[in-house]
Design a binder for this molecule. Sequence first.
Ligand code: SAH
Ligand code: SF4
Ligand code: F3S
Length: 444
Amino acid sequence: MVLKFHIETFGCQMNVYDSDLVAGILLNNGYVKADSIHKADILFVNTCAIREKAVERVIHKMEQYAHLKLKKGKLKIAGILGCIPQYNSDRLKKELPYIDILCGPDNYDQLPQMISDCLKSKKLQENLDLKKEQNYEDILPFTENTHSAFVTVIRGCNNFCAYCVVPYVRGRERSRSVQSIMTEVKDHVSKSITEITLLGQNVNSYNSDGMNFAQLLNKVSEIDGLRRLRFATSHPKDISDELISVMADNPKVCKHLHLPFQAGSNEVLKRMNRGYTREEYLSKIEKVRKEIPGIALTTDIIVGFPGETDEDFEQTLDVMKRSGFDNSFMFIYSERDLTFAKKNFNDDVPKKVKAERHKRVAELQKQLGIEQIGKDTGSIKEVLVESVSKKRSTEMIGRTDQNRMVIFSRQDGVKEGDYVHVKISRADGVSLFGEIVNLRDGGR
Ligand code: SAH
Ligand code: SF4
Ligand code: F3S
């Protein structure tokens, strides 16, 4: 009998990519995709350990799924993949005793063997070795996306920011070969995908076959049929002049930069081990804005890191105001096992203060979003159509080069994956709104 699998994904874009890798591995080994979780024989949940809330969410979900395995009997195997098993497998074994497989991010090629061992022995299969060479070079991921895809180019992280669990759950940095990246991007493009996002916890550390990240961007952009090239995430200390000039000069490289600053105070940045000062961050931003006109910036911010005073926090607001982000991903500090911060600092900012600071950054970001995104009002933007709006079936959603979301009226014949031109009539703090205009060549 052919067994069907279903994969559910939590966490960052790299987990989305990894789930596609797992799908590719399982399909190559004779398993097929289930139409829904209820039709699956095998369930994998790919998980994130970055904050305590992320862990709790997965455990809660898995408690809800227990009946699929224990009562209905259709589900033969339930497995947890990714960063939570790598972070704390004991907790999963204790709280979710029905789980059959625990597999860390470097062992997905072992999954077919683990599944068959588990079916035979009915015993928990666990594979949590960190493998410093693992890059899944020879495996093509399987994506259902028809217009856009992620391609991981570097795995792991060497930065050891004091709060962060990633270096412990993903191991050290290793870059994929240029050839395997090119093969994968070409495969996507041959299937009508026109937008690629190159991924890594710190893509700017990419280094393989004598090529750095800026050079890799130029190389990938040469692929015919590829129209948009994005990347995430960049570390402020590693943004090079070469990268800035590739962004400025290469028309396929999108004019959007995600550059997490985390905190605005030099004291806090130092304790976080971020490797830059507020002044250095701000001068990078200034340079990027000058060299790449029209660039959109987004960031990540942590509030309530150990020892963060009111004055420190004001500096975070100040960096936000000076930088003018389109969007910020704003997080309340969550203490993580294994990290330098947990071992050396007290999680001493009261919960209430953390919540208040989070509210204040969110309010400021809303205002900044309105200012930044509003600048597009009145202009005509090229938009990659992503989907029909879930809220209103008469509308479609797409994105501009700067990664701004655009909502526009549906037109006959316009479908997911098309490029259209949209005249922007208004903006709120998050999205742009407009109508398709048909330029002389048809507008698309
Ligand atoms: N490699 C990327 C992103 C890593 S995780 C980078 O360096 O920017 C995504 C974001 O989660 C981080 O940028 C940080 O803002 C946040 N984060 C990481 N660890 C956290 C923790 N312990 N508590 C709260 N937020 C955290
Ligand atoms: Fe975590 Fe810092 Fe690495 Fe990003 S650069 S993954 S925040 S340790
Ligand atoms: Fe989370 Fe792992 Fe990504 S901890 S942020 S899923 S690398």
